[in-house]
Design a protein around this ligand. Structure first.
Ligand code: ADP
Ligand code: MG
Length: 268
């Protein structure tokens, strides 16, 4: 199969693109309130780019969506299913660890620092989760992993180890790994900020390919040009709150709030 023919939306490889809803989420660490009433809806196939200063709560928001962190107030749902909790009368009841792991397996997460397994080959990194979760047998998982590596342009690196790859290549493996569980949504936390400048483009190209394929994407990045090109919606966060959101032509080119203007003047 050639690169670009695989459909990550509702096609052969993909789970149906998911809706993500964040309802009035508050999160604090000790006395420090990091998210202060965040409401966000991401529709199926939509690409949402989250911008904001360092420490504004962007990573925490992604971690709450993936239930790596639990909000003190509010809740998140993916395709209508509450993440980490279920309704019990008027109350919310916590899910078991196992149920949370199942939910998490439907949400892809790509980290700034790739987080590949160093002792596994590239192919094994991509094939590991579908096997571990019992979704696929070893042979099927390997076949899927080869297709996904082809898609991210790394078919020839299947037997290499992560340390033998450039940062850009490692991040493309991490994206293939996230795709292997056929997630309904993929969350990216500054996927290019650990890369040398000349390697940023190859990773952004893979993300653009996913965006065109109709996958729901939520991307924290400081790459403003990229945001302008692919975002359906740009969300600017400061101090744990959404300050403004809208199409890139509004938020990036005609920001209404001083804080957005100030931030953009620093990163543009
Ligand atoms: P961003 O990704 O926008 O830079 P983060 O979501 O990582 O921001 O962090 C928001 C704030 O929460 C920061 O002030 C950070 O220091 C604090 N924070 C993040 N994680 C923790 C944690 N596990 N314990 C305590 N404070 C944290
Ligand atoms: Mg962060």
């Amino acid at each position: 199969m050639t690169a670009g023919t695989l459909d990550s939306g509702a096609g052969t490889l993909g789970q149906e693109a998911a809706t993500v809803e964040v309802h009035d989420v508050h999160k604090w660490y000790g006395a420090h309130r990091v998210l202060n009433g965040v409401d966000l809806t991401v529709r199926p196939g939509e690409v949402t780019v989250i911008l904001g200063p360092s420490g504004s709560g962007k990573s925490t928001l992604l971690r709450v969506i993936n239930h790596l962190e639990k909000p003190e107030i509010g809740h998140v749902s993916v395709n209508g299913e509450l993440i980490g909790v279920r309704r019990h009368g008027d109350r919310l009841k916590e899910l078991s660890e196992r149920a949370i792991l199942t939910q998490r397996s439907r949400i892809g997460f790509v980290f700034q620092n790739f987080n590949l397994f160093p002792h596994l080959t590239v192919l094994e990194n991509v094939a590991a989760a579908p096997v571990a979760t019992g979704k696929l047998g070893r042979a099927q998982a390997d076949e899927l992993a080869r297709e996904l590596l082809d898609r991210v342009g790394l078919a020839d690196k299947a037997d290499a180890y992560p340390r033998q790859l450039s940062g850009g290549q490692q991040q493309r493996v991490a994206i293939a790994r996230a795709l292997a569980l056929r997630p309904g949504v993929i969350l990216f936390d500054e996927p290019t900020s650990a890369l040398d400048p000349e390697l940023v483009g190859e990773v952004l190209a893979v993300i653009k390919d996913l965006a065109r394929g109709g996958t729901t994407l939520v991307i924290v990045t400081h790459e403003i040009g990229f945001a302008r090109e692919i975002a359906d919606r740009v969300v600017f966060i400061d101090d744990g709150r959404i300050v403004e959101q809208g199409p890139p032509a509004e938020v990036l080119d005609k920001p209404r709030h001083e804080r957005t203007k100030d931030f953009l003047s620093k990163v543009l």
